[in-house]
Design a protein around this ligand. Structure first.
Ligand SMILES: *Cc1c(COP(=O)(O)O)cnc(C)c1O
Length: 259
């Protein structure tokens, strides 16, 4: 083994050990949350959010047994997905998506969690058909405006800056995805609101998502994915029925720039 090889070994094996320890802690948290909620561990899939971290970290995660990774920016994700093309990782796109990035995202993403408008559905469908791909679509629900009560109050425009369609728009969007070629309606996603009636109440927000999910599943039974919960609130999400938690910081460390 030459000297250069040995120098490269150290940092990479240290990083591997760090990621392995972090993964073990996150795994413990998910297992404990499942046990507390009376759910089986295999009802919840860990999706590791690798944004801002290099492709080599993604590869280490793959070697450590991670099978689902997520990214939120196409310019970053495209190269990382290409660098890891020899793995069988499942790629989730979780960021706000502009229609001019759709063609690229469709080339590597298996799931898009941030479907929030009909125009995006149309663009995703056209790109998927052209590339012979089938994309799993999750509708992102913005809960900043709350949810409508029995009298139709609440659930107004989201405007929270975290993306997502208002709860009242979800049925229409679900039908649009279900009727689009190249797309499968696989579920719903949300990010705990930083403002509005659910501010500081992630558990209540995730329960509201669960109720909307039940409503959607009554019409589209295959839309079973419920993507909710991040490093800080994954327990609330598991308690509220999430099937997928999206965890970045707790696995990879605090991001040095805004992700
Ligand atoms: C960054 C990000 C996450 C992960 O957040 P952490 O707090 O780092 O676990 C989850 N979901 C989305 C949509 C994100 O952008």
């Amino acid at each position: 083994m030459n000297e250069r090889h040995q120098q490269e070994r150290g940092p990479r094996s240290e990083r591997r050990a760090e990621l392995a320890a972090n993964l073990a802690r996150v795994e413990e948290r998910i297992a404990a949350a499942c046990a507390a909620a009376g759910r089986h561990r295999d009802e919840v899939t860990l999706v590791v959010v690798t944004k801002t971290y290099p492709a080599d970290d993604v590869r280490l995660l793959w070697e450590l047994g991670v099978r689902h990774v997520a990214e939120n920016r196409d310019q970053e994700a495209a190269g990382k997905a290409q660098a890891c093309a020899d793995t069988s990782l499942t790629w989730h796109f979780v960021g706000q998506l502009q229609t001019n990035k759709v063609r690229s995202v469709v080339s590597y993403a298996d799931y898009v969690h941030s479907v929030d408008r009909v125009r995006l559905v149309t663009a995703l469908s056209a790109a998927a058909v052209r590339q012979g791909r089938e994309i799993g679509c999750l509708l992102q629900v913005g809960l900043e405006g709350g949810v409508p009560d029995g009298n139709g109050a609440g659930g107004g425009p989201t405007g929270g800056g975290r993306g997502g369609a208002a709860p009242g728009e979800i049925d229409r969007l679900a039908d649009a995805v279900a009727g689009a070629q190249g797309l499968r309606l696989t579920g719903l996603m949300t990010v705990a609101p930083l403002e509005g009636p659910f501010r500081g109440r992630p558990r209540a927000a995730f329960e509201a998502l669960g109720e909307i999910s039940s409503r959607v599943r009554a019409v589209h039974p295959a839309a079973t994915m419920v993507s909710a919960g991040m490093s800080g609130d994954l327990e609330d999400a598991v308690a509220a029925g999430a099937t997928h938690v999206r965890v970045g910081t707790a696995v990879l460390g605090v991001r040095s720039r805004l992700g």
